[in-house]
Ligand binder design. Structure first.
Ligand SMILES: Cc1cc2nc3c(=O)[nH]c(=O)nc-3n(C[C@H](O)[C@H](O)[C@H](O)COP(=O)(O)OP(=O)(O)OC[C@H]3O[C@@H](n4cnc5c(N)ncnc54)[C@H](O)[C@@H]3O)c2cc1C
Length: 431
């Protein structure tokens, strides 16, 4: 049975469940003076996206009591449901980076998990294509990097071989990655979430973490029902409904993780990176009876993204994207409620036609329809050197039990199970 709870009933529910922990510890005088209820819990995971859910599952499998809080009315409404659903090989990222290591390991874990749990997925393979001679050196670099990252069975193929595999494709050379694939990310999240719940984790939706305060070297979280934030004025300080006193806090709030960390009073702000946002738009292919491609087709990466590529979903639908549009952030509470701008301007299709025709020259005029968009949580901006995932624990900021996850952009979906193992190993000693 589902164990999702509203935060106003959380106090009652924890008092009748296994999650209940001994009486509330005394707080600093500033927090004792008010009548806001306070509760001790073992682990709080902030954010029920793929990464937060995977971490909650991992901690619950290790026997820890976990409470997952999400501001939305269900799980996976953030970036985790606005991506390409590609299981990446791990060819793009610098060797030994978190991105490279977690992508390679996460891919292996994900294929195994999906096979064992019947999560729909398919190892369709991918072609990264050079569409002019001048792009071939870059393709060679990606091959070398992939090999260094330990990606199996990569091989460079001639244009004639590529077009035998994909007759609609134009290229002068291609890098074939047989281990790349696609996954139904919603079913994946549902499966991981169900497992976490079976292991005693509780998911509380419509529950926003407003910020926190360091108490000694631990952190008290201010929590409110999301509906209290409707129509609120960002300038007016809000009183929380509840203060949670966890032994472990995992800040896995995706696009809002940096904003939230800045509201942890007492946390050394010099460790918190700047937030940047890059929206990616998708257009779907219409007016076509048969999918033109059987595999994922990627151009060379561009600044901020991996290029406007072909992705397939598990029922054969084709979409193109995402492009890169650097956008501004939104005010704090709006970011907690995921009030970013996701609409798609149909005129963007013009640029898509031009990009896609470099490798799919037969793309018909009028066949692209606006699909959806997603926003990359970046920690470097336009023209800057791309950054690795940032996962900060006590070793960095000195706060026992706190882990902040920043910049969990692509390949975050592929990496999620490996990130969960890593994060869990860093906090298990605290509980
Ligand atoms: C366009 C695009 C394409 C991508 N394609 C791929 C791909 O093909 N393959 C791949 O591996 N990766 C891909 N990624 C990356 C991948 O989607 C992300 O890395 C992953 O979904 C991040 O998951 P998350 O759990 O960290 O964040 P999210 O899914 O954003 O979850 C964060 C959660 O935190 C909640 N939250 C926020 N603030 C608060 C608060 N104050 N209190 C409580 N809850 C809060 C939100 O409601 C949300 O549910 C892509 C990303 C984008 C943008």
């Amino acid at each position: 049975m589902r164990k999702s709870v509203r935060i106003t009933t959380f106090l009652k529910s924890v008092k009748s469940s296994k999650i209940i922990i001994p009486p509330v510890k005394r707080l600093m005088s500033s927090m004792e003076s008010n009548s806001i209820p306070k509760e001790k819990v073992d682990c709080v995971v902030i954010g029920a996206g793929i990464v937060g859910i995977a971490i909650a599952r991992e901690l619950s499998l290790k026997g820890r009591q976990v409470l997952v809080l999400d501001s939305s009315n269900t799980f996976g409404t953030g970036t985790s449901s606005r991506n390409s659903q590609v299981i990446h090989a791990g060819i793009y990222h610098p060797p030994n980076s978190f991105k490279a290591k977690f992508c390679v390991k996460g891919r292996e874990l994900m294929y195994r998990y999906c096979s064992e749990r019947d999560v729909p997925h398919k190892q369709v393979g991918k072609l990264v294509v050079a569409t002019s001679e001048s792009e071939i050196p870059k393709l060679n670099e990606i091959l070398a990097r992939g090999i260094e990252n330990g990606v199996d069975s990569l091989r460079m193929i001639e244009a004639s071989t590529a077009t035998r595999m994909e007759p609609e494709l134009y290229c002068v050379k291609a890098l074939f990655s047989p281990v790349s694939g696609i996954v139904d990310s919603h079913t994946l999240m549902l499966s991981l979430l169900g497992e976490a719940e079976n292991n005693g984790a509780t998911f509380s939706y419509n529950t926003t973490v407003l910020g926190g305060q360091l108490l000694g070297n631990e952190i008290a979280l201010s929590v409110t029902e999301s509906q209290n934030l409707e129509n609120m004025n960002e300038e007016v300080p809000l009183l929380p409904d509840l203060i949670l006193l966890p032994k472990v806090v995992i800040n896995s709030a995706g696009l809002a993780a940096i904003t939230l960390a800045k509201r942890f009073i007492g946390l050394n702000s010099s460790f918190i990176p700047n937030a940047y946002y890059a929206r990616g738009h998708y257009f779907s292919l219409s007016n076509t009876k048969m999918a033109p491609f059987q595999r994922l087709i990627y151009p060379l990466p561009e600044d901020g993204g991996v290029g406007v590529h072909v992705t397939l979903d598990l029922d054969g639908q084709v979409k193109f994207g995402p492009d890169v549009e650097w956008i501004n952030g939104v005010p704090d509470i709006a970011s907690f409620l995921n009030r970013f701008e996701y609409s798609i301007c149909p005129q963007r299709a013009e640029r898509f036609y031009a990009e896609i025709r470099k490798y799919y020259p037969n793309l018909k005029e009028g066949s692209l329809e606006p699909g959806y968009s997603g926003i990359r949580p970046k920690i470097t901006g336009a023209g800057m050197t791309p950054c690795d995932f940032v996962i900060q624990g006590q070793d960095v900021h000195g706060v026992r039990g706190l882990v902040n996850l920043f910049g969990i952009e692509s390949p975050g979906l592929t990496s999620s199970l490996a990130i969960a193992e890593h994060v869990s190993s860093r906090v298990l000693h605290s509980i």
